[in-house]
Design a protein around this ligand. Structure first.
Ligand SMILES: N[C@@H](CCC(=O)N[C@@H](CS)C(=O)NCC(=O)O)C(=O)O
Length: 207
């Protein structure tokens, strides 16, 4: 049995849950971590010394970093279905996964935290929130243009890249900023919403 440690409200936890669901894998979600138990407790640090969710435990295999976990699940259980064996096809998927975690993720946190999670530390930080929203929109329009010629991020079929990007598009659209028109992203979300796993893992009210 797979165990995923972390809260479902975390976008990085949802990447792993969606991947497992696409592969038809049963899992247990241990949401104590990040809710009633602190990620800086020694028991959790032994699993991820960076004190971040998600962590996956699969027998002897314990892993952190959501994209690495998704690749592990697809590589071990997916038989090439959502992460093909062909090196060029696989690299295209990895390219978009890296773009999501290394290029896109750093820009949205001020806007998302300041407008959705709203901890007290964001009171009076309107400039940082506005700058983050502007950079976020700019990068989402990169994806909007990319999706003008194909239905999914890496081509004609659904892959791991669509899990990480789909959750990112969903978060962007759920955050109350001024969104520029993005018809390709709207159509993309509609395509992803038809997948049975999507609403289970990422209910509409969960940004
Ligand atoms: N690069 C990491 C980032 C993980 C991350 O930022 N996790 C956040 C939740 S989305 C976290 O654990 N934050 C600490 C906390 O909520 O206590 C990954 O992709 O797994």
């Amino acid at each position: 049995m797979l165990t995923v440690l972390g809260r479902q409200t975390s976008i990085n936890v949802r990447k792993v849950l969606w991947t497992a669901a696409e592969l038809g894998l049963a899992y247990e979600l241990d949401e104590r971590w990040g809710t009633t138990r602190d990620l800086s407790e020694p028991e959790f640090l032994a699993l991820n010394p960076s004190a971040q969710m998600p962590v996956l435990s699969d027998g002897d295999v314990v892993l952190f970093e959501s994209n690495a976990v998704c690749r592990y699940l697809a590589g071990r259980y997916g038989e090439g279905a959502i992460w093909p064996f062909d090196p060029a096809a696989r690299a295209k998927i990895d390219q978009w996964m890296e773009w999501q975690s290394a290029t896109l993720n750093p820009v949205w946190s001020d806007a998302f935290l300041g407008l959705v999670r709203r901890p007290e530390t964001y009171v009076g930080r309107e400039d940082a929130i506005a700058a983050s929203a502007e950079r976020w929109n700019r990068l989402m329009l990169v994806l909007e243009r990319e999706l003008s010629g194909r239905p999914f991020a890496a081509g004609d079929s659904f892959t791991l890249a669509d899990i990480v990007l789909g959750l990112s598009v969903h978060r962007w659209r759920s955050t109350p900023i001024s969104h520029p028109p993005a018809p390709n992203l709207t159509a993309y979300m509609e395509r992803l919403r038809h997948r049975p796993a999507f609403d289970t893992v990422s209910p509409p009210d969960m940004a």
